[in-house]
Design a protein around this ligand. Structure first.
Ligand code: GCO
Length: 476
């Protein structure tokens, strides 16, 4: 069947995050973030890599925007480092921080590129962690809201697309359940409580957005990995349903409706890990309905019944599969994550499943009736620079092509999709994997060791994507 054309004005984009690209970690009055601190703990990251320099976007943003313009990019998603705006998380604004993002936004707009601003992509001011435990305190709601309002006021007239929290499910799981990210905690109860505060902060910011940027659009970016049952055995089907509830609806229902899924709530109540809900929380959550669901899609997840159900810690945790993520400590004893033999896998052991993107989009449409902004999708691989500065990443082209096709199918199915941001524009620092895992359309000569001059080289995928944008997806 013929596929419906993508809407005019479709936001063909690419994305990044402050900590992963900027560098300049202690310049121009920037405060210390939780990541600045965490990466200095021996053994936490690949070869001890840090984002101190990252890919030096802070100093090279003009060159980077120039490359975006040449590509014909319609949108660029980036995040603001909270510590550049409020070095200690709150208090006095740092004018140099405002200046940097203001210049970046102007540069993008001059090039006809729509800025998509992410308020929080994991780099929390360390001062707030030290003072009151960051996301574990309800004080974070007020501080995150005030920081966001400052950005709404500064940039609201020039930026119309905003992402509130990036992958709340991942930063809370890896930070509080798997101890792989800061603050390095492994505790179910604390995880659910910190996550509840993050949901409240998210809703509070969306509420404030309505007053400050009435003509803008805002939503969270959720790392959704749709759940499949391994077989038609009803026990596997049930396991996949429970996984979908606990790993996805637990967040997306709260975003869309301000309510936790009831069946999952009951299950967690029995395990005594549900968060404490205070008076007024329900109203706050309900007032935080987003304009779109931001979807970060990398792969699907397959489940079977856990034969040891009721035991503790046997099942593997489902995140979007971040390497170095971890074993679960009990909740997912209700199901077991397994490999899907129908799907190929990347060198980082993530499955490649473009149909999963279509399924994810269809499920969001059916359940939440919200438009979707695909805020991340892409392929992390080892790229090799050949003689003469050539990077032939045909595997990335194949990956993106199949996912663009899935988007076209989903549009044909009736899903409303605002845009598609490839993760990532340039190569960038992988939080835990250094510079060996590359996602960019543009190669950056940056390595953990050896010579690196941070020069930018367009990959084969860059040229390919240029034509995709130019033909609005007709030639893929
Ligand atoms: C990595 C990860 C990241 C994430 C992104 C999530 O390797 O560090 O894949 O790049 O995809 O930060 O929003």
């Amino acid at each position: 069947p013929t596929l419906a054309p993508l809407p005019k004005g479709f936001l063909w984009g690419a994305a990044s995050a402050a900590y992963q690209v900027e560098g300049a970690w202690n310049e121009d009055g920037k405060g210390v973030s939780n990541w600045d601190k965490f990466v200095r703990i021996p053994g936490k990251t690949f070869k001890g890599t840090t984002g101190d320099i990252a890919v030096d976007h802070y100093h090279r943003y003009r060159e980077d925007v120039q490359l975006m313009a040449e590509l014909g990019l319609k949108a660029y998603r980036f995040s603001v480092a909270w510590t550049r705006i409020f070095p200690d998380g709150r208090g006095k604004v740092n004018p140099k921080g405002i200046e940097f993002y203001s210049n970046l936004i102007d540069e993008l707009r001059k090039a006809g590129i729509e800025p998509i601003l992410t308020l929080y992509h994991w780099d929390l001011p360390q001062a707030l962690q030290d003072e009151y435990g960051g996301w574990e305190s309800r004080q974070i709601i007020e501080d995150f809201t005030n920081y966001s309002i400052e950005l709404f006021k500064q940039f609201g007239s020039r930026v119309k697309y905003w992402v509130s929290l990036n992958e709340q499910n991942i930063f809370t799981m890896l930070g509080y359940r798997a101890a792989a990210h800061p603050p390095g905690v492994k505790d179910e109860k604390r995880f659910y409580q910190a996550n509840h505060h993050a949901s409240l902060a998210n809703a509070s910011v969306i509420g404030a957005f309505r007053t400050h940027v009435p003509d803008g659009k805002i939503g969270p970016s959720f790392a959704y990995s749709p759940a499949y049952p391994l077989t038609a055995n009803p026990e596997d089907i049930l396991a996949a349903e429970i996984a979908e509830e606990l790993n996805s609806h637990w967040w997306m229902d709260v975003y869309a409706w301000g309510k936790y899924p009831k069946v999952a709530w009951k299950a967690l109540e029995r395990k005594r890990v549900v968060p404490i809900i205070e008076e007024g929380d329900a109203q706050l959550l309900e007032a935080g309905r987003p304009d779109f669901m931001g979807l970060n899609y990398y792969q699907s997840s397959t489940y079977e019944k856990n034969p040891l159900e009721g035991g503790v810690g046997q099942a593997e945790m489902n995140t979007t599969g971040k390497k170095g993520s971890s074993k679960d400590a009990g909740i997912q004893g209700m199901f077991k994550t397994v490999a899907n033999s129908y799907l190929e896998r990347t060198n980082w052991d993530w499955n490649i499943d473009p149909d999963g993107l279509r399924i994810a989009l269809r499920r969001i449409e059916s359940r939440y009736k919200l438009p979707v902004l695909i805020s991340e999708n892409g392929l992390g691989e080892f790229d090799e620079e050949k003689e003469g500065g050539i990077i032939e990443d045909d595997y990335r082209i194949d990956y993106i092509r199949s996912h663009v096709k899935a988007i076209q199918e989903a549009v044909t199915d009736g899903v409303k999709i605002l845009g598609y941001c490839i993760w990532s524009f340039t190569d960038l620092l992988s939080w835990l994997n250094g510079f060996q895992k590359r996602y960019g359309l543009v190669y950056v000569n940056q390595h953990e060791e050896g010579e690196h001059d941070l020069s930018r080289i367009k990959k084969k995928s860059y040229y390919w994507y240029k034509n995709v944008i130019h033909t609005n997806g007709e030639e893929i």
